[in-house]
Write a protein that binds this ligand. Structure first.
Ligand code: FE
Length: 195
């Protein structure tokens, strides 16, 4: 059986951090340190939460805080798969577990509402990236590998699958509302300590 201890330790660490009600500015670097440690090894992620689908990218829920203060999600990209341009409406820290992904940032012009393309960053295994309304919240992400799946682990400051957020038309910048949900119907059992 997969040893889930690294994921359990991560969940405990972030839960502890949030009990002090830190500001986002104080919180994110510490979450990033813990996430860097988590993605340093990929043996803890069970197959059911790391399998690509030929249909579209998968977002598997790994854990949701009972108070919905944070959640942990594995994003699994098949070859050539990408997200639409979207926002998050909360903070997010992204850690690259396997492979590579490419993230392009956008800003919306205040007057016209059109999207202005910003920086494109390639995340390599072990890299960390941030999103938030404070730091820049709109992006598009794709698998940077043509033949292999890539996997990143995302931590968000909410139950992200239940947050009402936006997709944007790439031409006009017009927003549409969406609630992503999750690909998975169950979460890994972090609490069986018999193994
Ligand atoms: Fe995103």
């Amino acid at each position: 059986m997969t040893d889930l201890a690294p994921l359990r330790d991560f969940v405990i660490a972030v839960t502890r951090l949030l009990s002090d009600q830190p500001t986002e500015r104080a919180l994110l670097p510490v979450v990033a340190d813990h996430l860097r440690r988590l993605v340093a090894s990929d043996t803890w992620l069970p197959d059911a939460w790391s399998t690509a689908s030929s249909e579209q990218y998968c977002q598997y829920l790994l854990h949701c805080d009972p108070l919905e203060r944070f959640c942990v999600v594995s994003f699994v990209w098949g070859p050539g798969q990408s997200t639409p341009i979207h926002d998050h409406r909360t903070w997010g820290v992204i850690g690259m577990l396997r492979g590579r992904e490419r993230s392009t940032r956008y800003q919306r012009d205040r007057n016209t509402g059109r999207l202005i393309e910003g920086e494109t960053k390639e995340l390599l295994t072990g890299d960390i990236e941030f999103v938030s309304p404070r730091l820049g919240d709109i992006h598009r992400v794709c698998n940077a590998q043509d033949r292999e799946p890539s996997i990143s682990v995302h931590v968000y400051g909410a139950n992200i699958g239940a947050v009402k957020r936006h997709l944007f038309d790439p031409q006009t910048g017009a927003p549409g509302e969406f609630i992503s949900g999750y690909t998975s119907a169950s979460v890994p059992n972090l609490w069986d300590r018999s193994g």
